[in-house]
Write a new protein. Structure first.
Ligand code: ATP
Length: 246
């Protein structure tokens, strides 16, 4: 792999099995499975996706609900494996994909900072050293001993973002998490992402706000029904995407 290229996705196809009938419970599922009555329908959430990302670039992923954006990010993080094709990543990844992923709802914010930090590969010492800056950035000083299950979605997003960006990852992945933050926090996150980009981090960003994508990204991939519909400079691709909706 060319050393400039940090993410190399070639002909990637992701297949899910979708049960083709409505099954209401586990018992019914098991009975149907044993009787071999369960019907599955093959569903390709991504089809033949090829692209390369260079170190330090910022890419926006745009497309309608269910087009395959999160699936593509999960593929890059290694959460999903391609059914066909290859995915190569040459660097550390801080993924902010699903709200609350990496958090245990029963544990307090304080405990979850350590848990999430460990999942991201940080030592206890590293977290201890950065603990106050994580809490300060998330503005959750008064909620440290509150279980995460009592957090609002915005509060959980603040904490997740703060932990994910405390160290400088090679690749930062941000999937729609900012949508639940208030305006002031979105601005703060944008600033931090810009700082990371200046420091050489590569950004993959999903947002339904084309304005946010335009503000942060140089390039874009437009996904439609699991296929790349457009790829290139952000202005061109976002215009094509907006026009397709008129
Ligand atoms: N684990 C799964 N099993 C079966 N189907 C799945 C699974 N995960 C995603 N899908 C399907 O794959 C398709 C793509 O989903 P994905 O979450 O990648 O879309 P998205 O572009 O991120 O959508 P949104 O903008 O709504 O977040 C959808 O049709 C979804 O139902």
């Amino acid at each position: 792999m060319n050393h400039d290229i940090i993410i190399d996705v070639r002909n990637a196809t992701v297949r899910f099995n979708k049960a083709s009938e409505n099954i209401s419970g586990l018992k019914e599922y098991v009975i149907k499975m044993l009787k071999r009555e369960l019907m599955f329908q093959e569903f390709l959430a991504l089809q033949d996706v090829t692209f390369q990302v260079k170190r330090g670039e910022s890419w926006g992923l745009i497309g309608k609900n269910g087009s395959g954006k999160s699936t593509l990010l999960k593929l890059i993080c290694g959460i999903l494996k391609p059914y066909k094709g290859t995915v190569k990543v040459a660097g550390s990844i801080s993924p902010l994909i699903e709200l609350g992923a990496g958090f245990d709802p029963e544990l307090t914010a304080r405990e979850n900072i350590y848990l999430n930090g460990a999942i991201l590969g940080h030592s206890r010492k590293f977290i201890e050293e950065h603990f106050s800056s994580i809490v300060e950035f998330a503005e959750l000083q008064d909620f440290l001993d509150t279980p995460i299950k009592n957090f609002s979605s915005g509060m959980a997003a603040r904490l997740g973002f703060s932990i994910a960006t405390i160290a400088k990852p090679d690749i930062l992945i941000v999937d729609e998490v900012l949508a639940v933050g208030d305006f002031a926090f979105q601005e703060k996150c944008k600033k931090r992402m810009e700082e990371l980009l200046h420091g050489g981090t590569t950004l993959l960003f999903v947002s339904h706000s084309i304005e946010q994508v335009r503000a942060l990204c140089q390039k874009a991939i437009w996904i439609e029904k699991g296929k790349i519909k457009g790829i290139g400079e952000i202005d061109i691709i976002s215009n094509q995407y907006m026009q397709s909706m008129q």
